[in-house]
Design a protein around this ligand. Structure first.
Ligand code: KIV
Ligand code: NA
Length: 265
């Protein structure tokens, strides 16, 4: 296996090779994703939604993120594994941010961390990078700030917010981040940012003119039903397929078809 590193991602951008990134939160799913040659696994705090059933990403804890991340790490041979620092574990001061980042790296074996925000978290990003921990940025729709935005609609449509996003992206690159996620912003703005940076820009709802794409694995597989943003392409309808399989099992148990003669000792 040729392991993906933060350096290979920058090389991929240079060579015009698109970067594929998917979320994973557990061992079994991570194994399938790693075997399918995905470049980057994100242990996203979207675990708060898809794993734990919360409405937002805010409630998930550092300990819970470390549990998900260590499960993913045990499965992988090739992928670069990036872990979201959860809400409340890095915003109060740079020392706390570094402590949280170190816990993720030490206790899970992850390769990098991801933070949401720009200038507001500049000192924390610096401190984490100084410790030798690779940092991925995340701008645009940043779900940890959902109560500030009020809605999950497209961000940076107005000039002022677009200008700040561009400045934040440049700042994150200057500080030493190895990549940036841009979530749910106009494709034209994302293209502009991707072209102005040397580090890779990975989009979700940010159009095709960026250096890579990321999706939540449950969305890609169609395991979620209610989440239907325009940017989502579903490659399966697992919610229905799994439902059918499980109903068939129930029928077989009820009708005493399962287990049969060969399925017992
Ligand atoms: O938590 C997550 O899944 C993410 C991606 C959508 C970028 O941050
Ligand atoms: Na996230």
């Amino acid at each position: 296996y040729k392991r993906v590193t933060v350096k290979s991602l920058v090389d991929m951008k240079k060579n015009g090779e698109r970067i594929s990134m998917l979320t994973a939160y557990d061992y079994s799913m991570a194994k399938i994703i790693d075997d399918a040659n995905v470049d980057v696994i994100l242990v996203g705090d979207s675990a708060s939604n898809v794993m734990a059933g919360h409405e937002t990403t805010l409630p998930i804890t550092l300990d819970q993120m470390i549990y998900h991340a260590s499960s993913v790490i045990r499965a992988i041979n090739r992928c670069l594994v990036v872990v979201d620092i959860p809400f409340g574990s890095y915003q109060s001061d740079p020392k706390e941010a570094l402590r949280s980042a170190i816990r993720i790296m030490k206790e899970s074996g992850a390769h990098a961390i991801k933070v949401e925000g720009g200038i507001e978290i500049k000192d924390s990003v610096k401190r984490i990078l100084n410790a030798g921990i690779p940092v991925m940025g995340h701008l645009g729709l940043t779900p940890q700030s959902i109560y500030k935005f009020g809605t999950y609609t497209v961000r940076a449509k107005e000039e002022e917010e677009a200008k700040k996003l561009k400045e934040d992206a440049l700042l994150l690159q200057k500080l030493g981040c190895f990549a940036i996620v841009l979530e749910k912003i106009p494709a034209k703005l994302a293209k502009e940012v991707a072209e102005s940076l040397t580090i890779p820009v990975i989009g979700i709802g940010a159009g095709g003119d960026v250096d890579g794409q990321v999706l939540v694995i449950h969305d890609l597989l169609g395991m979620t039903k209610e989440f239907n943003p325009r940017f989502l392409r579903r490659y399966m309808n697992l919610y229905e397929e799994m439902g059918t399989a499980i109903s068939n099992y129930v029928d077989d148990v009820k009708t005493k078809d399962f287990p049969n003669e060969e399925e017992q000792y």
